[in-house]
Design a protein around this ligand. Sequence first.
Ligand SMILES: [Zn+2]
Length: 422
Amino acid sequence: MNALPPQPPRAPSSRLKRRNPLVALKPPLVPPFARSRAAQGLTAAAALGVFALQRCEKCGAAQYPPRDACVQCLSPRLRWRPAEGTGELLSETLIRHGQELYFRERAPWRVGLVRLDCGPSAIVALHGDCAPAPSRLRLRLALDKSGQALMIALPEKDTPDMAEDPLVRETTCAPRARKVLVTDAKTKVGRAMVEALVAAGADLVWAGYAAPWKPSPHLEALGALEGVSLVPLDVTDESSVRELAGSIGGKVDILVNTAEYHRPGSIASRGGVATARTEMEVNYFGLLRLSQSFMAALKARAADGPASATAWVNILSVHALSNDPAHGTFSASKAAAFSLAQALRADLQASGIRVINVFPGSIDDEWNARVAPPKLSPAALAKAVVEALERGLEDVYPGEVAKDVMARFLENPKALERELAG
Ligand SMILES: [Zn+2]
């Protein structure tokens, strides 16, 4: 099952230099975590990949940095609104020293004063390809290694290899040149995920499969792909998870948990708890088993040079936020997994490993055959995951349905509960 055709060596340019395995690992170092409550609004926007600033509802002024009152009129009525992320670099400097060890180790820092087109000025970290002042640039809210928002400036137009800049590499989790584990490659989603990661330049993708006695056309096709290695993994079996972590755990840079059990139906439509129990076994306890076995190894390699361990992706469901009664027990198992993923995120934060939670609506697979379109294709879901890794996002709502449910949830969770019940 594991036999792969001999693979030609890759061109050196497509690989990053890996660490000498005989040299001891560095402990991960993250920037300061503390932020004011107002500043968490920036982090929430960065987690979604949106550029947003506080806007005063009384006088209309946009402001930065975030505060509790408007700097123009002192009104406390401030709302987070998407803003134009463009501006002009007025001046820049090179900072060669810092009080914090994290900054000191990465010095010098290229830092600039930028006047945003929407009003305020900001001091931001500059991408290496930004032209000297005065020049136009794009601003982005990125998440730093401690998971907090950092305003960075990118050149106005894309430049070749701009993703290789240390500032971008530090704030994103691109799969390029990294080794990725996909936990269940037997499903349509798992297969699409493996293919998308290979296309994004992953160095190696381990494709996990359970129940080897069940034939799977997806798996056979994947096994023939260059850069893919099939590995036995059953997330419902503790010893299977531990065994795989023992053999490859120390090499995994990104873990994408696609393992999912889903049977549609309302609570009343079936007797007993067997189906609900299996959903919990895979969707909730599966994540817990993976966490217990793989977390320590990922944490240890969080500072392992340019191809360090970097991210953990969970495919949840937008109905983890609010239950869809037509998929009642499935939604409940995903809500449990979401809660656990928050604990996982808190635990991995100190090491700088990003936990990316993905909340799709109905996926176009056999278990949603009776759900009316629009449904999210497995390929679109996989594309959204790769994009989230490349942009360094934390919360992903792929597709129109997921975005709509999330917006309704934020606006009025009670109304959404009633609407889903109807
Ligand atoms: Zn105001």
